[in-house]
Ligand binder design. Structure first.
Ligand SMILES: Cc1cc2nc3c(=O)[nH]c(=O)nc-3n(C[C@H](O)[C@H](O)[C@H](O)COP(=O)(O)O)c2cc1C
Length: 342
């Protein structure tokens, strides 16, 4: 019997009268307060070592926790114990902010999907820096995702990212520049050539910087962005963030399709794979790719790796399938073809 699907998930999905954000907060709090023996027991069950070097960083396996799950890094020791080979915290912003009004997180269960319009609710870069200083080094690589504070005008975006970068880069194994969330007005326009060039110039330094892109960009727009990334020394790409498209939603979930926000999970699987393949082909494998979007099974992960990703991340797959998926993907994550970026 699958304990997660048959026992844990139904309980979690009923918490707070079925409110998804309530379940998320409850789970994070539980994970944040697990005692060391519980973490050790989880580690024995879920952790799987299959080390790999990507953009100069050694990862214990290829499966990471995607940004947004633990924005403020409150449960950091729990994620490696659940099998993750790296963790991306954030997205954080220079200024602490509450995010959008609730409800802002919706499960589309038949579609194995999520719509969110959280809007970068987070305690701010300084709070995360304090927490990371107190915690000390994690035993898996830590990515830190940076976004723009909502109150900061777009023309001051570089300075805003730089404020967070200065506070946080000493703790990061890589920095993710999030210019692709659909939930901060105007943010995605930072994916254009001049904006991304200015950002990459400002954030250049010893820590690898990766750019996270939207799945809704056209191929010419991605190609232009890739040129800039190569020109300005980006260490890699994270593909992809959530989509504004509503394709692939099951009939039973159509009543939620009009909720504003980004869609993730099963409906994104194929689009993310296409974007990863395009990025890989376009760059001849010169830019390592973290593939994310709709990895709901070992096969989905294998296809993303086969399309050119060097690492994968989970968000929705973890919500619907739990930690067994993390371990299964870590075990099964062997690229079929060989790519230069590995
Ligand atoms: C509730 C929620 C919050 C998210 N928050 C962030 C975020 O703060 N920063 C970010 O880069 N991506 C964020 N994402 C996007 C995920 O990191 C990931 O790119 C996307 O969900 C696709 O992966 P998935 O299909 O495995 O969920 C969020 C996704 C969800 C569902």
């Amino acid at each position: 019997m699958n304990l997660f699907a048959n026992v844990a998930r139904p309980v979690l999905f009923r918490l707070g009268g079925g409110d998804a954000e309530h379940a998320h907060e409850w789970t994070l709090n539980r994970l944040a307060t697990l005692p060391a023996p519980a973490l050790a027991a989880m580690r024995r069950r879920y952790a799987f070592a299959a080390p790999v070097d990507v953009f100069g960083v050694r990862f214990p396996n290829r499966v990471g926790l995607a940004a947004g799950m633990d924005k403020n890094g409150v449960a950091l020791p729990a994620w490696p114990a659940l099998g993750f080979g790296f963790v991306e915290v954030g997205t954080v912003t220079a200024k602490e902010q509450p995010g959008n009004d609730r409800p802002r997180l919706f499960r589309l269960k038949q579609s194995e999907a999520i719509i969110n319009r959280m809007g970068f609710n987070n305690a701010g870069a300084a709070a995360l820096a304090d927490r990371l200083a107190a915690l000390g080094k994690l035993d898996v690589p830590l990515g830190i995702s940076l976004g723009k504070s909502k109150v900061t005008p777009l023309e001051d975006a570089v300075e805003d990212y730089l404020t967070s970068y200065r506070l946080l880069h000493p703790y990061a194994d890589y920095i993710a520049v999030n210019v692709s969330s659909p939930n901060t007005p105007g943010l995605r326009s930072l994916q254009d050539r001049d904006s991304i060039a200015a950002l990459l110039k400002a954030l250049s330094g010893p820590v690898p910087v990766l750019v996270k892109i939207a799945p809704d960009l056209t191929e010419p727009a991605i190609a232009e962005l890739l040129e800039v990334c190569l020109e300005h020394g980006a260490a890699g790409l994270i593909a992809t963030n959530t989509t504004l498209s509503r394709d692939g939603i099951d009939e039973a979930d159509q009543h939620l399709a009009d909720e504003a926000g980004g869609l993730s999970g099963r409906p994104l699987t194929e689009r993310s794979r296409q974007v990863v393949k395009f990025v890989h082909d376009e760059t001849g494998g010169r830019l390592p790719i973290i593939g994310v979007g709709g990895v709901m099974s070992v096969d989905d992960a294998a296809r993303l790796l086969d399309a050119g990703a060097s690492l994968v991340q989970l968000y929705s797959g973890f919500i619907y399938r739990g930690p067994d998926l993390v371990r299964a993907v870590a075990r099964g994550a062997r690229p079929i073809r060989s790519h230069r970026a590995r």
